[in-house]
Design a protein around this ligand. Structure first.
Ligand code: ZN
Ligand code: ZN
Ligand code: ZN
Length: 379
C-alpha cells in the first residue's frame, strides 16, 4: 500500500531545476548542457535516445532552459511547462548551431559526462571561446541525494530483485547442467516478470568463473559442487519517474561446497554485515570500505578483494557516491549505494554479497533483504 498521496512529478522536477541552478551559480558555471545520460531524465523526466541526432537541454544558470530535440522524438517529451521550452529540429537543420546560439556569449559550460565525444568536438568548434567541464561536477552531488519518490522507487526495484534472489536461493532456478548464459537469461526474464521495465545485466559466474567479478556469462555448464555468483539488476519505474535501478548479488553452491569455500564465505558474510552496520550520516565513504576490507584482510584474503566495496545507484547503475579508499566524503541522508565485498581466488572460486542501502533520516533502509547465509542449490 502506498502511504503518500500521488503528487505531480513536476513538483520534484521544479525543485531539481532550482537546486541545479543554485549549484551552477555557486560553481561559476553559466550553462549546463544535458544530453544522453541520467542528468536530463533526473531534471525533466525525459530520457534522450542514445543515437547520433543530438538532444541537448540548454540550461543557463540565469536564463530560460530549452530542450533541443530531434523533431521526430519531440512527441515523447512531456511539455515542461515553465521549466523548459522546446526547440525541435528537423533533419538537415544544424542542431549544434541551434545549441550554440542558445548558449550565446556565455563561456563557462558543463556537458553531460556521457554525451558523445562527437557532439562535444562539434560544440568546441562552434563555441571556440567556451570552456567545458564535466556536468557530474554539478549533478553528481545533487543526484546522490535521493528525495522521497526516488527512495520509494529504489525500494520497489530492490523488492522486485529480491523476489528473483529468493527464487534462486530456494532452488527454483535450476543450475546444475545448465549453461551460465541460459541461467542469466532466466534471471533477466524474472526481473522483468517481477516488474522491472528491463533487465540491465545478469552476471552468472560458476566454478572458476566465480573468481571473475564481472564475468560475462557464457556456454560453460554449471557443475555439481561449485560456487555460482549471480549479480543482477534492472530498471524499475514508478508512475511518472525516470526509472531507478536494482542491483543485488547472491552466491550459492551446487551441492557440497568446494574445499575452503564455507570458511571463505563466512568471512565475507561477516564483513558485508559489518560494513552495512557502520553506514550512517557523517561516516565517510572510505570508512565503510575500510571496515569490510579490514575484516577480509585479517582473515588472510586481503589481496583477493579486488574492488571498492560499493557504488552509488539511482537512475544509473553506478553513480555518486563511490565507497572507495581515498573518498573522504561523508555519507549524507538520501544517499543510495551498494555494499558488495567479494573474495576471488583466481581460477578456483569466488563469492560476493551485495545489497543496496538508502540512508534514511533515522536509519539506513535496506532495499535488499534476501537471506545472506550460504544456500545449497541442489537443482
Ligand atoms: Zn559491478
Ligand atoms: Zn551488482
Ligand atoms: Zn553493484
Amino acid at each position: 500500500m502506498s502511504t503518500a498521496a500521488p503528487t505531480s512529478p513536476w513538483a520534484a522536477r521544479t525543485a531539481r531545476f532550482g537546486r541545479a541552478r543554485a549549484a551552477m551559480a555557486a560553481a561559476g558555471i553559466e550553462v549546463a548542457l544535458c544530453s544522453i545520460g541520467a542528468d536530463l531524465p533526473w531534471l525533466s523526466g525525459y530520457t534522450a535516445m542514445p543515437l547520433e541526432r543530438p538532444t541537448v537541454l540548454v540550461l543557463p544558470a540565469d536564463g530560460d532552459a530549452t530542450l533541443v530535440v530531434p523533431r521526430l522524438e519531440a512527441p515523447r517529451v512531456e511539455a515542461g511547462g515553465e521549466l523548459f521550452g522546446l526547440r525541435p529540429w528537423l533533419d538537415g537543420e544544424d542542431a549544434v548551431g541551434i545549441v550554440a546560439e542558445l548558449v550565446g556569449r556565455r563561456r563557462r559550460l558543463v556537458i553531460s559526462d556521457r554525451a558523445f565525444a562527437g557532439l562535444l568536438v562539434d560544440l568546441q568548434s562552434a563555441l571556440p571561446s567556451a570552456v567545458f567541464g564535466r556536468a557530474s561536477a554539478i549533478f553528481g552531488p545533487l543526484r546522490a541525494v535521493k528525495d522521497e519518490q526516488e527512495t520509494a522507487a529504489l525500494r520497489a526495484a530492490g523488492a522486485a530483485a529480491d523476489r528473483v534472489a529468493e527464487a534462486l536461493l530456494a532452488g527454483e532456478i535450476p543450475l546444475i547442467g545448465r549453461s551460465e548464459i541460459d541461467v542469466s537469461r532466466e534471471l533477466a526474464a524474472r526481473l522483468v516478470a517481477e516488474g522491472h521495465r528491463r533487465a540491465n545485466f545478469a552476471i552468472v559466474g560458476s566454478g572458476p568463473n566465480s573468481a571473475s567479478p564481472h564475468h560475462e556469462p557464457g556456454e560453460r555448464r554449471i557443475g555439481r559442487g561449485e560456487a555460482v555468483v549471480c549479480d543482477f539488476g534492472g530498471t524499475f519505474h514508478l508512475p511518472g519517474d525516470a526509472g531507478y535501478c536494482s542491483d543485488t548479488t547472491r552466491t550459492v553452491v551446487t551441492g557440497e561446497p568446494p574445499d575452503g569455500f564455507s570458511e571463505m564465505y563466512a568471512v565475507l558474510q561477516a564483513a558485508q554485515a559489518a560494513a552495512c552496520a557502520v553506514v550512517g550520516a557523517g561516516i565517510s565513504c572510505e570508512q565503510v570500505d575500510g571496515v569490510g576490507r579490514r575484516m577480509i584482510s585479517e582473515a588472510g584474503y586481503g589481496e583477493h578483494f579486488l574492488h571498492r566495496i560499493g557504488h552509488g545507484i539511482g537512475i544509473e547503475e553506478h553513480e555518486d557516491p563511490y565507497l572507495v579508499a581515498g573518498n573522504t566524503e561523508a555519507l549524507a541522508v538520501g544517499n543510495a549505494f551498494s555494499v558488495e565485498p567479494g573474495i576471488y581466488l583466481d581460477g578456483r572460486m569466488g563469492a560476493r554479497i551485495e545489497d543496496i542501502l538508502v540512508l534514511g533520516a533515522d536509519e539506513p533502509i535496506a532495499c535488499n533483504s534476501s537471506d545472506h547465509s550460504l544456500h545449497v542449490v541442489d537443482a
